[in-house]
Design a protein around this ligand. Structure first.
Ligand code: SF4
Length: 67
C-alpha cells in the first residue's frame, strides 16, 4: 500500500496518529506525516485514513488503485 497526505490541508486533529501511531506522526508544523508506510496493519491504516475529518489521506494499492 502507498499512503499520501495532502499536508497543506491537514488540520492537525491527530486522529490518524491516534489510530495508527507507528505510521503517522505529527511534525513540528502541526501536520501529520507518514513515518513508516507499513508501520501498522493495512486495516489500521485504512481506518486511520477514513477517520480523517478533511479526508486528506490517500491510500492506494500496489497497482495505484485508490483504496
Ligand atoms: S486525521 Fe487528517 S486532519 Fe487529522 S492529523 Fe491526520 S491527516 Fe491531519
Amino acid at each position: 500500500m502507498k499512503i499520501k497526505i495532502d499536508q497543506e490541508n491537514c488540520i492537525g486533529c491527530g486522529s490518524c496518529v491516534a489510530m495508527a501511531n507507528q505510521t503517522f506522526k505529527m511534525n513540528d508544523a502541526g501536520k501529520s506525516e507518514v513515518v513508516n508506510q507499513a508501520g501498522n496493519s493495512d486495516e489500521e491504516i485504512l481506518l486511520a485514513a477514513k477517520s480523517c475529518p478533511v479526508r486528506v489521506i490517500q491510500v492506494s494499492d500496489d497497482q495505484d488503485k485508490q483504496l
